[in-house]
Design a protein around this ligand. Structure first.
Ligand SMILES: Cc1cc2nc3c(=O)[nH]c(=O)nc-3n(C[C@H](O)[C@H](O)[C@H](O)COP(=O)(O)OP(=O)(O)OC[C@H]3O[C@@H](n4cnc5c(N)ncnc54)[C@H](O)[C@@H]3O)c2cc1C
Length: 424
């Protein structure tokens, strides 16, 4: 019997998923389809109360202050639990562990002032309010964050914000109260010191929600992403998050947590896809045998298992790095998983669509929705190519630090043909 407290939490979480969440999947789907975007069914509040009563609340925040409710699991401890949450798209919210809110809580814990913690973090930890994150812009190539153009002007007693953002999450969800906005506060400063982060309350005059953005034909009605115009918005001075000109560093605190949690939950979702794929393949026959007996389908299943095991081990490696070194120190490991897990889970989703045939393209089963989500994961929180760049940059630096003259040179100093390829 394993008496590790985290294992016990994991067991209780799995039981909760089986007993409370799975039976409501259909009900939630019907509710979301029939109600305005962002609306929540009454059972959501009841589930939250129940989860909290069982100690399954604020699971993924390791650095909470003493006064805050939560389990304070490390990222490594949280990983298997987050996977379990990933089985059902909306489950993480029941335990107050969902995106985009949890990463914003981590940001407030790490760099918020005491007043900001009291005003914004406390109600978030209670599950009373929720937030968006407004970094990227339709008019700028936002994968290079230095392009971000929204203007934050210092007007003495307030900040004046003008800009156009999109994919600001949680639009219309009850309690949607503020967004963390990244904009240019110091245009004359160097590339990485020009931006600042602000807490912008959604109800300020000049904050206009243009629309909820449909994604791959699904409207993401449960957690809509909004296009938002900020027109002459006067933001209180005390809403600066972190220090002026330090917006990218502030965003990184949030993005490290967001990226690793997305990866953890996606692996859980992909596990469900493998399970469904196996069940479906065993249930139908073509050309005189079960679909599961065709070699190609067996390859789909085997490759998916390998992809997920690899992804999981990489995530645990990144979680250990994040626990030990923080977001900046674990930047390479986080980029590796953002790339590798998104690709692995996307491949699993694609195979699941194929095995399900036409059914895999419909909204009658969860496969198509997961496929769309995994396609998006290869773009949001930085597209694959940007993470390749980060990983390569780290690798060149690592090589230079570890083997200044090259690894081969270290072991084969008399390598005769070196001049032909090394450029020396
Ligand atoms: C579902 C979803 C949720 C999102 N949530 C949020 C959110 O909460 N908050 C927020 O602010 N934004 C959010 N976004 C926006 C997302 O973060 C951006 O779309 C992403 O950062 C890429 O920026 P972009 O779309 O401007 O792409 P661009 O910068 O225009 O890049 C387009 C493409 O160019 C290629 N490219 C870019 N740089 C390189 C390079 N160095 N080498 C090779 N190729 C390259 C890549 O293929 C990239 O996909 C979300 C997006 C989606 C789809």
């Amino acid at each position: 019997m394993d008496d590790n407290p985290t294992t016990d939490l994991g067991r209780r979480l799995t039981r909760f998923m089986e007993q409370e969440i799975f039976p409501r999947v259909q009900e939630m789907k019907a509710f979301v389809a029939a109600n305005p975007p962002g609306a929540r069914p009454a059972f959501m509040a009841a589930l939250k109360r129940k989860a909290r009563g069982m100690g399954l609340w604020n699971l993924g925040l390791p650095n909470l202050p003493d006064w805050a409710p939560g389990t304070r699991l490390t990222n490594t401890e949280f990983a298997p639990l987050a996977e379990t949450l990933g089985w059902v798209e909306w489950a993480a919210e029941v335990f107050n562990c969902h995106a985009p809110d949890l990463p914003t809580m981590e940001m407030l814990v790490s760099i918020g002032t005491d007043e900001q913690k009291e005003r914004w973090l406390k109600p978030m930890l209670e599950g009373q309010i929720c937030t968006g994150f407004s970094m990227t812009e339709p008019e700028t190539a936002s994968s290079d964050a230095r392009n971000i153009a929204t203007r934050i002007e210092d007007r003495g007693d307030h900040w004046l914000v003008n800009g156009h953002k999109w994919f600001t999450g949680n639009s219309g969800v009850p309690g949607w109260s503020f967004t963390v906005l990244i904009g240019v506060s110091d245009p004359e400063a160097s590339d990485y010191a020009r931006h600042s982060a602000l807490i912008v309350p959604i109800d300020l005059p000049g904050v206009h929600v243009v629309r909820d953005i449909p994604v791959l034909g699904f409207s993401h009605r449960a957690r809509p992403n909004a296009e938002v115009l900020f027109e002459n918005v006067r933001v209180p001075k005390e809403n600066l998050l972190g220090t002026r000109g330090n917006g990218f560093a502030a965003a990184q605190v949030r993005l490290a947590t967001a990226r690793i949690h997305h990866c953890m939950r996606s692996i859980g979702g992909a596990e469900l896809m493998v399970s469904l794929m196996c069940e479906r393949a065993k249930s139908r026959e073509t050309f005189g045998r079960k679909i599961s007996d065709h070699g190609k389908v067996q390859e789909f299943v085997a490759l998916s298992r390998i992809d997920l095991q690899q992804a999981r081990l990489l995530v645990l490696n990144a979680a250990a790095a994040l626990d030990a070194k923080g977001g900046k120190g674990a930047q390479a490991e986080i980029s590796m998983i953002k790339l590798a897990v998104a690709r692995a889970c996307y491949d699993v989703a694609d195979r699941a669509v194929q095995v399900f045939g036409a059914m895999g393209m419909t909204d009658d089963c969860p496969v198509a929705d997961f496929f769309a989500g995994m396609r998006a994961l290869r773009i949001y929180d930085g597209p694959d190519e940007v993470h390749v760049r980060t990983i390569a940059r780290h690798e060149f630096g690592r090589q230079a630090a570890q083997y200044p003259e090259g690894l081969l040179h270290k072991f084969c100093t008399d390598f005769s043909d070196r001049s032909r390829w090394s450029g020396d």
